[in-house]
Design a protein around this ligand. Structure first.
Ligand code: AMP
Length: 633
């Protein structure tokens, strides 16, 4: 492991020299004057004074050598659509979209909210924003109108880009309809909504003056050539909202130059994708994995990226492997939940296609349990399974094997080692002191955070510092809010969150957010939501609700009705991804004498474990009630 160790050590010991070298992987219109400005900890500015553009790096700079190479291959098993865009064609589409946005008054620093299904126009829109220096804020299509409205009000977008509908499992999922509702709820609705009409929602309505058809607008700009806006390296490229412990999602803000350099470095060191190779990332553009490894990473690298709309098991559970075989995929990136879904299918589907092109399957977003890792490793034969750990905040892997640096042995259950530039520490929750080998600590990063990581919380520097850097007394350390251990060989093992964030099918949700959504139901007085272990999704939320009028749940029919209403409320407020797997009604929640909810005890009980020390509980009958409702499930 000497090669990896030396490489990693240098990234910390000679931070500026190391990143100066990596910066040569991308184009700069104006060279940077210094590698790092860390004069205002914990705020780091990378490649100060350098001017660059993400769209130039992802598209234009490849035109001289790769104009005819496929940049984006689009496949939808939902609509049957298939399309391939060369770098030349991608450039033309991005210019058309950029001209359209400019025509609507969007300029440098303006926000554009993208609420779209997995269609190529979403990629065009994001790259078009990057081209003109506008800041995109992509919101995952699974979020409902009220969540969308919160994000609209925080980002105050000038324009929203959406589609009539997405498709999932053969059913149309309305998007535009939710945008209308969100615009009604929002205090700062956008001036215009640009709609890609896929013809999936015949009932779609339009608001005169505000709503515009993308096909019509595009037609006006067929030969548009829009110059790239040369941004200073630390100017924001995008905002991506993520859940935390409060009900209010945080806008993770990313820079421009640091992100481009970090992604280019990761494509070589971690993902081992060369220019011209094909990468297939099964995530959604609404998540950080989609931003970094469906779009920006592969394109900045001059590779071919595959964008897939559909489920892993339709039309049959071999579909992903067919895509791999048809398109010569070298590196794939997916989630443990998706693999657990495939694991439940007939294993013959894993063997139907020629997978000789596939070298690596990267899995991230949630803990990769050992049985799943072993199963997929066996099922795919010679493919290397690479568990990698990171967060929306980091933008690229924090912990991962780095086969592009050195092939190191894998340990199942471990995402291996820190990536370049991440000064990883395991700290005692209370004192902030480093813990020993094999001892559990909070996974923390000593600042400055490396290039590519979030630079602040959108519009709220104070929240950035308070949330992430002030959890250890007297020490300025970034907390990931994950527990981890490190073994004698230096391998890390991630053990789950230290806070009230849960991870459902690789999607991060705040229990507080779900609680607020449940409480939007007028019949609920109080509620506690905890995540409990689930064999497929990793975790599912479970709600314990106190009803205002106990008569409503006096009969089994009453319970069933209210339960359905509560679930519908969560669907409407937050989105179906956050719907609790179960809702239990009680008259009292277990709290301490000072009124703090005993969340961990509640979670332990719901998972059938010992609730632990109960001496601080105010009213022990609360626990008895919880036990009773759980026993009746
Ligand atoms: P998100 O910001 O939505 O990508 O969620 C990030 C969180 O997912 C992390 O803080 C971890 O709790 C969890 N996570 C991501 N990747 C892994 C992994 N490889 N192993 C364990 N947990 C992970």
């Amino acid at each position: 492991m000497a090669k990896y160790r030396d490489y990693y050590q240098r990234s910390l010991a000679d931070r500026e020299g190391f990143w100066r070298e990596q910066a040569a992987l991308v184009d700069w219109q104006t060279p940077f004057t210094s590698v790092l400005d860390y004069s205002r900890p914990p705020f780091a500015r990378w490649f100060v004074g350098g001017r660059t553009n993400l769209c130039h790096n992802a598209v234009d700079r490849h035109l001289a050598t790769r104009a005819e190479q496929a940049a984006l291959i689009y496949l939808s098993t939902e609509t049957g659509a298939e399309a391939s865009y060369t770098y030349g064609e991608l450039a033309a589409e991005v210019n058309r979209c950029a001209a359209t946005l400019q025509n609507l008054g969007v300029g440098r620093g303006d926000r554009v909210l993208v609420y779209m299904p997995m269609i190529p126009e979403a990629v065009f829109a994001m790259l078009a924003c990057a081209r003109i220096g506008a800041i995109h804020s992509v919101v995952f299509g699974g979020f409902a109108a009220a969540s969308l409205a919160t994000r609209i009000d925080d980002a105050k977008p000038k324009v929203m880009v959406t589609a009539d509908a997405g498709m999932r499992g053969g059913r149309a999922v309305p998007y535009k309809h939710l945008v209308d509702e969100a615009c009604r709820l929002a205090k700062h609705p956008p001036e215009h909504v640009l709609i890609v009409d896929r013809g999936l929602d015949p009932g779609m309505t339009r608001v005169a003056g505000r709503d515009l058809d993308y096909a019509q607008q595009r037609a006006k700009h067929m030969s548009a050539q829009v110059p790239c806006a040369w941004l200073e390296s630390s100017e924001p490229s995008y905002i991506l909202y993520t859940s935390g412990t409060t009900g209010n999602p945080k806008g993770v803000q990313r820079d421009t130059g640091g992100y481009a350099v970090a992604l280019a470095t990761s494509m070589r060191d971690i993902f081992c994708v060369a220019p011209g190779d094909t990468m297939f990332t099964t995530s959604d553009i609404g998540w950080v994995v989609g931003h970094s490894y469906i779009i920006y990473g592969p394109l900045i690298n001059g590779s071919t990226t595959i964008m897939y709309e559909g489920l892993p098991i339709r039309p049959d559970p071999a579909i992903w492997w067919k895509i791999v075989a048809d398109h010569n995929v070298k590196t794939m990136f997916s989630s443990p939940t998706a693999i657990r879904v495939l694991k439940k299918q007939d294993p013959k589907f894993m063997q139907q296609h020629n997978l000789s092109s596939l070298r690596y399957l990267f899995l991230a977003g949630e803990p990769l349990d050992e049985p799943t890792a072993r199963w997929v490793s066996d099922a795919l034969g010679g493919v290397e399974i690479v568990d990698n750990y990171w967060q929306t905040e980091s933008g690229w892997p924090i912990l991962s094997a780095q086969p592009g640096v050195e092939e190191t042995p894998r340990k199942f259950g471990s995402p291996s080692f820190p990536a370049a530039g991440y000064d990883v520490r395991l700290l005692h929750e209370g004192t902030g002191d480093e813990v020993g080998t094999n001892e559990k600590g909070v996974l923390a990063l000593a600042p400055p955070l490396p290039p590519g990581c979030m630079t602040t919380v959108w519009g709220d520097d104070e929240r950035f510092v308070k949330t992430y850097f002030e959890t250890f007394p007297g020490k300025l350390m970034y907390s990931t809010f994950d527990w981890a251990t490190r073994d004698d060989d230096g391998y890390y093992f991630v053990l789950g969150r230290t806070d009230d964030v849960i991870n459902v099918a690789g999607h991060r949700l705040g229990t507080r957010e779900i609680e607020e959504a449940v409480q939007a139901h007028a019949g609920i007085a109080e509620v506690a939501v905890v995540g409990i272990a689930d064999p497929v999704k990793g975790q599912v939320p479970v709600a314990f609700a106190v009803v205002k009028d106990p008569a409503r749940v006096a009969s089994p029919e009453g319970v069933a009705t209210l339960r359905r209403e509560v679930m519908d409320t969560v669907d409407r407020e937050l989105g179906a991804i956050a719907r609790p797997g179960a809702v239990y009604f009680v008259t009292l929640l277990p709290k301490t004498r000072s009124g703090k909810l005993l969340r961990r005890s509640l979670q332990a009980l719901a998972e059938g474990r010992d609730p632990g020390d109960m001496t601080t509980i105010e009213d022990p009958t609360a626990l008895e009630q919880i036990r009773a409702v759980l026993a009746s499930r």
